[in-house]
Design a protein around this ligand. Structure first.
Ligand code: A2P
Length: 334
């Protein structure tokens, strides 16, 4: 079979750059890589495997001859151009939330539900980053002892809001240290030496923001189990690119930290970082730039005398496993 032509939509963005890097590092088999972005970037070049590729402005004809299109340019671009790419014959792996709840679109974490890829009708959705980072370690536990409920508190990096938000964190921190005034324009609040409730829209009906509800609904879809009771509080912290999460997880039957460690020791995509003596646990600096979800603080939840609850602290690179790496793994399944 001829090697596929692959396109990256949003190649210049925070995730786009990592998509390019993942394709190169994993030696993804392809015959041509097409880089697409806005007209602002057209004509600029990016390097792939030592060769310069000229970025093209995205338009209706961008997908002629493309077999796999990796989208990461925001939901509105995916909604317009995703169907155009499918019509041109491409399979779309979409990083936005545009199609995630569409019943005809598989929502895939390769360590959890790789077989769902087969059901695609042209579009496969890449889940929300906080959801992926929680589910990679939770799935192998769920398989052994069904999770009935979990509560997440997230500590989310700037990268989830794109390259401009990362730059705003850098600039805002510099200004703060120099005692200069700084007005944020990308995120709604001052970011340096601060944290704030996730900038996604809050639903006045239940008080949850969209990021929190993504964790709830996407978990149901990926696990194929809408009876799991889930609640989340999502917060942005002044970290550049890796998300952390505190997870309180309740199982059907009693479970011990030793059992959890045993299961996670061989789980794909998971690395246990749980050195109690050295007080060394998952940290964004260690999670950044690599593909595993780091899991630690593995302990019995002392607030549940039934012995069915476990506390975990996890960290994963939002740009890699939370986005680009997961998308490239989906493309590999194709
Ligand atoms: P560009 O760099 O040309 O603006 P991020 O998630 O880091 O904010 O990146 C968003 C990505 O989406 C960038 O690659 C950006 O390209 C791309 N993008 C934004 N608007 C458009 C558009 N109208 N058409 C194509 N690509 C777009």
């Amino acid at each position: 079979m001829a090697l596929p032509v692959v396109a990256i939509v949003g190649a210049t963005g925070a995730v786009g750059v990592e998509l390019l890097e993942c394709l190169e590092q994993r030696d993804f088999p392809l015959s041509e890589l097409r880089l697409l972005a806005s007209a602002r970037s057209a004509g600029k070049t990016m390097t792939f495997k030592g060769k310069e590729i000229t970025i093209q402005a995205l338009d209706e004809n961008s997908f002629d001859g493309v077999n796999i299109a990796l989208f990461s340019a925001g939901g509105s671009i995916s909604k317009v151009y995703g169907p155009i790419a499918v019509k041109a014959g491409a399979v779309v792996v979409d990083n936005s939330s545009a199609f995630r709840q569409d019943p005809n679109v598989p929502l895939v974490v390769p360590e959890v539900n790789p077989e769902a890829v087969k059901q695609h009708q042209g579009i496969i959705a890449n889940p929300n980053c906080s959801t992926i980072i929680a589910l990679v370690p939770l799935w192998p536990l769920h398989v052994k002892n069904r999770i009935t409920r979990f509560i997440a508190a997230t500590y989310q990096a700037a990268s989830g809001a794109g390259a401009a938000a990362m730059e705003e964190l850098r600039e805002g921190t510099r200004a703060y240290l120099e005692g200069k005034p700084f007005t944020p324009t990308v995120l709604p609040h001052p970011y340096a030496f601060n944290l704030f409730s996730h900038n996604a829209k809050v639903d006045p009906a239940n008080g949850y923001n969209e990021e929190e509800m993504k964790m709830v609904k996407e978990t149901w879809k990926i696990f194929g189990d809408a009876d799991i009771r889930i609640s989340a509080t999502c917060v942005r912290v002044p970290v550049l690119r890796a998300h952390s999460e505190a997870l309180t997880v309740e199982f059907e039957r009693p479970i011990t930290p030793a059992e959890v460690k045993d299961i996670l020791a061989t789980a794909p995509g998971v690395r246990i970082v749980d050195d109690v003596e050295k007080n060394y646990f998952p940290m964004p600096v260690d999670a950044s730039g690599q593909g595993d979800i780091l899991v630690g603080r593995i302990r019995q939840d002392i607030s549940d005398p039934s012995g069915r609850s476990i506390q975990l602290f996890v960290a994963g690179d939002q740009l890699l496993k939370g986005a680009a790496l997961n998308a490239v793994q989906i493309a590999e399944l194709l």
